[in-house]
Design a protein around this ligand. Structure first.
Ligand SMILES: [Zn+2]
Length: 421
């Protein structure tokens, strides 16, 4: 019976992979709409033939990797659950100690090691592909070091979450999800607060802008948008990647705008100022706080749904997996599988909200800089540096794009009418 379920899951995964491959490589139309041919949004006007070819090729591979990796993780949770491996991990934890927190530390250690090993080939493949297209510049030892740090950061966070979650399940038989939701609010805000000062520096070096002339220009602009000056940072990324980026992070006194040094090295001052104005748009319009509010709402629905689905599923099939009841740690893969599926299902919605905010930030940048040309140039440079597909397939856009496509962004800026000009 269990073998039959496993076989079905594996076959479904393979069929899905083939269908996605056909869609991404052959069926989806990624050409430029006729009306935009020859405009500034048409990559043929700013990329050479080789870059055009590489952009399509690289994006197709990345997109396929994305759609293969997520259900691959689901398959892992599913198989580890139904073959009773999760129950074995729990037994190992239970024979070692009577203390619950320690048991969850041991159980989680085995689960995350197994997950790391199973996921490793995919992430290594993704790294080598990125390297062969000259996007990643990171040497293997540095990449591996990041992986190890990531492993322990995730482990520590999961340990807190899982220990509290299962304690709540034992205490509140029916309403544990509600208690978990209430606790998740201060926990996530705390995590966002420490992210830029405690977690991000584990991976990279952050420091004030090196180029003091540029800094002065940025501060002048920050002043106009009433953003405190000490909130602009540079991060050392050039030994890891060739792509360009900038972002807003943190909350409260730890909120800041971060620019990758690659961005600072390769763009002109006007283009950097356009990006800064965009980031200031996020800051001024408080997109992080809107994001937190949306997240709290989604977590409420998500945890309620997870509780319903998980209770039903474990009660019905638990015996066969040697997971006696839901409050056993060994039911965790079911929790992770359900939440991951729900997150994926919600991603078109969250991405849609994010794309909307990005468009607002772009508009803010045009209004602030009055420099449409710098805006267009910036996105052309970003396309070139990251080998991004200007017009991705529809499914890629709704599941992967938290930003509008480059075609949409360049077109919007190009067609924007600045008032009074
Ligand atoms: Zn943005």
């Amino acid at each position: 019976m269990i073998k039959k379920w496993a076989l079905r899951a594996i076959v479904a995964y393979i069929l899905f992979g083939i269908a996605m491959y056909a869609y991404l490589f052959y069926l989806a139309d990624t050409s430029i709409p006729a009306a935009l041919k020859g405009t500034k949004a048409d990559p043929a006007t700013f990329l050479n033939a080789r870059e055009l070819m590489l952009t399509e090729e690289y994006s197709k591979i990345r997109n396929l990797m994305f759609f293969l990796a997520t259900p691959y993780e689901w398959l892992f949770y599913y198989l580890i659950l139904i073959f009773g491996v999760s129950a074995v991990f729990e037994r190992w934890a239970n024979v070692t100690t009577r203390f619950f927190a320690l048991r969850s530390a041991i159980y989680l250690f085995w689960l995350s090691i197994a997950s790391f090993i199973i996921m490793f080939p995919l992430s290594y493949l993704s790294y080598t592909i990125s390297k062969s297209y000259n996007i990643s510049t990171q040497v293997f030892s540095s990449w591996m070091k990041d992986k190890v740090i990531e492993y322990w950061v995730d482990y520590a966070m999961m340990l807190v979450i899982v220990t509290v979650l299962y304690a709540l399940m034992r205490k509140f038989k029916k309403r544990w999800w509600l208690a978990a939701w209430v606790l998740s609010i201060p926990f996530s805000i705390f995590m966002m607060f420490i992210q830029p000062v405690l977690i991000d520096p584990l991976y990279n070096d952050f420091y004030p802008l090196k180029d003091k002339q540029l800094e002065a220009k940025i501060l002048e602009m920050a002043d106009a948008a009433s953003i405190p000056a000490e909130h602009v940072y540079e991060v050392d990324m050039s030994n890891k990647t060739n792509s360009l980026n900038a972002y807003v992070t943190g909350v409260g006194s730890n909120s800041r705008i971060v620019l990758w040094d690659t961005t600072l090295e390769r763009l002109t001052d006007e283009e950097i100022l356009f990006i800064m104005a965009h980031e200031m748009g996020h800051y001024v319009e408080k997109h992080i706080y809107i994001g937190i509010a949306g997240y709290i709402l989604l977590t409420f629905v998500g945890l309620w749904l997870t509780a319903k689905l998980m209770e039903r599923w474990v009660n019905r099939r638990g015996k066969a997996w040697k997971v006696e009841k839901m409050t056993n740690l060994s039911s965790l893969p079911a929790f992770l599988l359900i939440t991951s599926v729900l997150l994926f299902a919600a991603s078109p919605l969250t991405n849609w909200v994010s794309r909307h905010q990005e468009t607002r930030a772009d508009t803010y940048a045009i209004k602030m800089t009055h420099d449409k040309e710098a805006g267009v140039k910036t996105f052309q440079s970003l396309t070139k540096a990251g080998l991004s597909q200007v017009n991705p397939p529809y499914l890629v856009k709704i599941f992967r794009y938290g930003h509008p496509t480059m075609l949409e962004r360049i077109r919007m800026i190009d067609e924007y009418k600045i008032k009074g000009k």
